[in-house]
Each structure stands twice: as C-alpha cells, then as structure tokens.
Write a protein that binds this ligand. Structure first.
Ligand code: CP
Ligand code: NVA
Length: 328
C-alpha cells in the first residue's frame, strides 16, 4: 500500500461515471493521467476481491484485453460478458442489466451500440443509490478510454514539458474516436484540426463542444491544410462498427483522405496515430502505419496503463497531493 488515498463512501463523492472524457473534468483528467503513469506496484490494490463487469455489444481486441489486465493489476476479477448473453433491452431493460451487474461488480464497463444505453445504465444506478461507476468502453458517440491512451502517448512522444504548444490533426471521419480525442486534446491545451469530406465533418454542436474547452479547432475539408506543420496526424477507420451498410458509399466519399506518404510531406516532423484496427490502403497506407513515424503500438500498449489509472480513479484513488499538477 502506498500513501495514495483509496476508498470512499458513496455519500462523500459523486459516483465517478465516465461516459466521455469531458465527464472527468480537468482535475479528473490530470489525476487519471498521473495514476496511469504510475507503475502497477505503486497503486493500491483497490479492486482486491471485487468484480469488474466488461460488457460488450460489439467486437473488441484492445479494449477487452487491456481492461481485463488493468482490473487484474488492481486485484480485481474481470468478467467478460457478450451483449447477446444479457440482451440489453431485449431480455431485460438496460437499467435492470446494470442493477443486476452492480449486485456482483464494483465497476460496470460497457461497449454499447447506442450511447444512450450508458446514460440509462448510469441513471438507473444513481436512481437506486448504487455507487457503482459506469465506464464507456466505446459507444457510437465517444471512446474516452482510447483518448486517455492517446494523451499518454502524446505525452511520451513530446516529453514532460506539456502539450500546450502542439497541434494534432485528425484526417477522416468525425466519429467517436475523433470526438473524444478532440475534447481531450483541447482539455490539455493542444490545438486541433480536422479534415473530412463534405457531409462527414463535425456537427455545429461538436464544434461548440470542443471549443467550449478553449480548444483552438480548425475545421476544413482539405487534408493538406489540416496536416500542414502539425505535430501529430491521427486517423481512424472510415466505416465504424455498425455502419457496414454504408461502407461502399464511405469508401467513395473518403477517397483522397488517406494518411499516406504524400499527405505526410505536409507534416514533416509529425508522428502518426491510429486507434486500430487499421485498414491498410484505406484510411492509412501500409508504409505509414508500419513506418518509423507511426506510434500506434505505443497507443495500443498505453490502453492498459490508461485503463489501470482510470479504474483506480473511479474507485477513489487520488494521486499524491500535487502529483497531477506536475508537468509530465
Ligand atoms: N482501439 C480499440 O478500441 O480497439 P478494439 O476495438 O480492438 O478494442
Ligand atoms: N470508430 C471505430 C473505432 C474502433 C476502435 C468504431 O467505432 O468502430
């Protein structure tokens, strides 16, 4: 056991649901990153003997495995559950699924088709005064666990002086990954740019959301304008899970938006990020994702460290006083 504080009464602290990255607040984000950057031995085994539900309505490699191992590192017992087994809103309502899982688990993590499912699960637990936090493992709207790993990666790449004077350019679909990344980057003072074909750019509400964190956001349909002089270039699949019927139309619409060698000529010193899985020859070329500027495997590895920090934080672990304020 270290000097880090752990354990909290439901009456003391609002249940720390994490449905998107902005739900952490700036102090929470700093605390989670500080915890994520600590070795597993430095953290209290705050989940000792307790269950962690990992409910997936969609496929996963990184999220499932990083979450399982993060829970184990804190002494917890992760239980992987496929959506079909519990049948959210088919076999029983989302709220009843959540309340049932909360009888056995201290944290409820879920990857859902519809973001609203997470909202309803958290509301059902709050309404019943059950202090079990809900963590979003990806929804159609957000992917906060990925954004945490992305920030960890950017901090490792750009060093301990902070990210405030760096720019991350996202080229592609303004999906769940983009939304959480743009908000997270804005929360730590990075400038962000996004380039998407007409019809696939951010909504006015999303632009407002990102800018509400003081984010310097540039929106364009020109990938070269976005990449020009950027410190990091990020992309994700053009067709997300659940959009398979649109795949052909999206392939046509996103032609010219590939992160390839020719686009990277505009961002000579940039590192390249991708949450994975990658589709070589579509949103990213093989030579880029497998090349020297790619940090995708750092991102993948950081998923586990980010999740360990996040699980510790939702369980009430706080970094040592001032630790989250240190430049990293
Ligand atoms: N990046 C990511 O979330 O990967 P998985 O879909 O494999 O979990
Ligand atoms: N945008 C992708 C991310 C996968 C990790 C999807 O939702 O399928």
């Amino acid at each position: 056991m270290t000097g880090h504080s752990a354990g909290w009464a439901a009456s003391d602290v609002r249940t720390r649901h994490v449905l998107d990255i902005d739900g952490l607040g700036s102090a929470g984000l700093a605390a989670v990153l500080a915890l994520a950057e600590m070795g597993p031995q430095e953290l209290p085994r705050v989940l000792e003997g307790q269950g962690v539900a990992l409910l997936f309505e969609k496929a996963s490699n990184r999220t499932r495995n990083s979450s399982e191992m993060a829970a184990v590192a804190l002494g917890g017992h992760p239980v992987y559950i496929q959506g079909d087994e519990v049948g959210i809103d088919i076999r029983e309502p989302a709220g009843d699924v959540a309340r049932t899982l909360a009888c056995y688990h201290s944290v409820l993590c879920a990857r859902v088709i519809d973001h609203e499912t997470l909202v309803r699960m958290a509301a059902a637990l709050d309404g019943a005064e059950v202090a079990v936090p809900v963590i979003n493992l990806l929804s159609d709207r957000a992917h906060p666990c990925q954004a945490l790993a992305d920030l960890l990666t950017l901090r490792q790449v750009f060093g301990p002086t902070g990210l405030g004077d760096r720019t991350v350019a996202y080229v592609g679909d303004t999906n769940n990954v983009w939304r959480s990344l743009a908000v997270a980057a804005s929360m730590v003072g990075m400038a962000t740019r996004v380039a998407s074909p007409p019809g696939y750019g951010p909504s006015a509400a999303d632009v407002e959301l990102v800018r509400s964190f003081g984010g310097d956001l540039t929106v364009t349909d020109d990938p070269v304008e976005a990449a020009d002089g950027a410190n990091a270039v990020y992309t994700d699949v053009w067709t997300s899970m659940g959009q398979e019927e649109e795949a052909e139309a999206r392939l046509a619409a996103f032609a010219g938006y590939s992160v390839d060698e020719s686009l990277l000529a505009a961002a000579e010193d940039a590192v390249v990020l991708h949450c994975l899985p990658a589709h070589r020859g579509e949103e990213i070329s093989a030579s880029v994702v497998d090349g020297p500027r790619s940090v995708v495997w750092m991102q993948a590895a950081n998923r586990m460290h980010a999740m360990r920090g996040l699980l510790a934080w939702v369980m009430g672990v706080a970094p040592l006083a001032g630790e989250e304020d240190r430049p990293r």
